[in-house]
Write a protein that binds this ligand. Sequence first.
Ligand code: ADP
Ligand code: NI
Length: 217
Amino acid sequence: MNQQDIIQKTAEYIKQECTGDSSGHDWWHIYRVWKNAMTLCEHEKADTFIVQLAALLHDLDDWKFNNSGDETPLRAKTWLDSLSIDPAIADAVSRIIMHVSYKGAGVINKMDSLEGFIVQDADRLDAIGAIGIARAFAYGGYKNRPLYDPNSPPQIHQTFEQYKNSESATINHFYEKLLLLKDMMNTATAKRIAEQRHEIMVKFLDQFMNEWDGKDV
Ligand code: ADP
Ligand code: NI
């Protein structure tokens, strides 16, 4: 099978796996990350086959949706093996999947390849801006979280365990992750795209707080 066919087959597989998701991790999230990643590739000398496979498979083993609580890429590996992908490529893709997720404001990023930096940026771009706002509240609803609780301030998580076990209101997630992403982008292109998306979230939060106290006169 040529690379194009492998990408196509992987996209179809993921589309089918994501059916019915209402947490902001549906096929269209994967599609946007894939497209964001390809845009970033226009400005970097990366291996686009690895980038596309990792973008398509990046949430298949997400800790938020499996019982193990980590991101050992078992399902992604099984899929890549079923296509008889070159082991070195499968390995590079697996390493990206393992390190792609945000794990808390104070937790060090272990991503170590250009292809990984691109996929991570592409995923993080979809966590901010107008779409990021929509996804955060979709996820909050999926987890039965309140929109906002003025009595529970945001936390800066120093370990993945703390971040993982947090059950705070969705507005807190903006301070615990989304507003921090602009300065955590790896590539210059993503940094530039993030600026405008960041501003939209700042304006949204400002308006949200004014409306909360009935001060938007
Ligand atoms: P990551 O792997 O970095 O977590 P994902 O693609 O899995 O990235 O998507 C993360 C998205 O899920 C967040 O950007 C947000 O929209 C949503 N999310 C995750 N945790 C929370 C939370 N505690 N509150 C609200 N939204 C959340
Ligand atoms: Ni994702």
